[in-house]
Design a protein around this ligand. Structure first.
Ligand code: HSE
Length: 367
């Protein structure tokens, strides 16, 4: 029986992954072993004691390792495992190995052919993409694959979940503090809205508002910076846009992708406002047809108020695999410029789902 080991399965992405694996019965026919970095020996799922996620000798027995533990753990353990001669399959949510030549970024609705070719070539390292990139490709991968796109500018509205569980919790606590501070005025019909604004602004500047994790207040605000700085004024999150998109698509002539990545107070859905420059003036219905072809989860939403409000928001998409793409129209810059807006669940297609979908692919490959 194949042995699959799970590391980092209790965190936010790991929990979503295990839930999806359970729903899809992906590990019914394998032996699942659970590892921990902090609770070794304590009972894990099914009651067996948790194994040590840092002990190479305990990991070497596995055919497949699935990890959501993060880059630090991958950098510590992966090279040691490979040096020890381990030749199993490594499936990882973190970015540590993403751009390595011998690693494939997995997003099978978009690059299944690349995954199959890599398996055939003996590649054994499969990494989930950056959430913003995976969600953008699930939305417009069909259009990008068609060869009609000159470049894409993506302005993101990224949810708190992308920054981790503690960040998300702190956002909700900020929302709670702001809501309760203006409680009295909210129930008083005579209260002035400027008084409510003054109270909220005062709270945003008050030390009572917890922001140790978010750095600055996020509720009732936003943060126009995600991750560390890289070269030429980009953040790392912005840099990933072009390199990962082109790696996933396997382009020989890379498509420029750039924009500003912004953290907003959404819970778990990333949204993106896209400007797409086409190589020629394609009619909008052709553009929409190519977008629709991106994946079976991609939905083209009519560019109308009610449909946009009902189907194209984080609240509507949260917890689902739907990838709505709407607000599609030609822009005033000219007939080759197309605007679009898309939303996707950062924990599902942005993180857990591409990894989960590797399990049946690997089971099938390993026969
Ligand atoms: N880096 C992303 C974010 C999440 O900060 O939202 C993971 O891809």
């Amino acid at each position: 029986m194949l042995k699959f080991g799970f590391i980092g399965w209790r965190g936010m992405v790991g929990s979503v992954l295990m839930e999806r694996i359970g729903l899809n019965r992906d590990i019914d026919s394998v032996e699942a072993l659970y590892y921990s970095t902090s609770q070794v020996g304590q009972p894990g799922p099914g009651g067996a004691p948790l194994l040590d996620a840092d002990d190479v000798s305990q990991l070497e027995q596995l055919d497949v390792i699935v990890t959501c533990q993060g880059s630090g753990h991958t950098k510590r353990v992966y090279p040691a495992l490979r040096s020890a001669g381990w030749s199993g399959y490594w499936v990882d949510a973190s970015s540590a190995l993403r751009m390595a030549d011998d690693a494939v970024i997995v997003l099978d609705p978009i690059n299944r052919a690349q995954i199959d070719a890599a398996l055939k070539d003996g590649i054994k390292t499969f990494i989930g993409g950056n959430c913003t990139v995976s969600l953008m490709l699930m939305a417009i991968g069909g259009l990008l694959r068609s060869g009609h796109v000159e470049w894409v500018s993506t302005m993101t509205y990224q949810s708190a979940s992308g920054a981790g569980a503690k960040f998300l919790k702190e956002l909700v606590s900020q929302m709670g503090l702001l809501g309760s501070a203006a409680q009295e005025q909210l129930v008083d019909p005579a209260a002035s809205v400027l008084e409510i604004d003054r109270i909220i602004t005062q709270q945003l500047h008050s030390p009572k508002l917890a922001s140790a994790i978010t750095g600055v207040p996020l509720a009732a605000s936003l943060i126009p910076w995600i991750d560390s700085a890289v070269e030429e004024g980009q953040t790392r999150e912005e840099w990933k846009g072009q390199v990962e998109t082109n790696k996933i698509l396997g382009t020989t002539d890379p498509i420029p992708v750039d924009g500003i990545c912004v953290r907003v107070g959404a819970m778990r859905c990333h949204s993106q406002g896209l400007t797409i420059k086409l190589k020629e003036d394609l009619p909008l219905d052709e553009v929409e047809a190519l977008i629709k072809e991106s994946s079976e989860w991609t939905r083209v939403i009519p560019n109308a108020k009610t449909e946009s409000m009902q189907a194209l928001t984080p609240a509507a998409v949260s917890g689902t695999l739907e990838i709505p793409v709407g607000r599609i129209r030609k822009m005033k810059m000219g007939p080759r410029y197309v605007a679009a807006f898309t939303v996707g669940d950062q924990l599902l297609w942005g993180a857990a789902e591409p990894l989960r979908r590797m399990l049946p692919i690997l089971k099938n490959h390993l026969g």
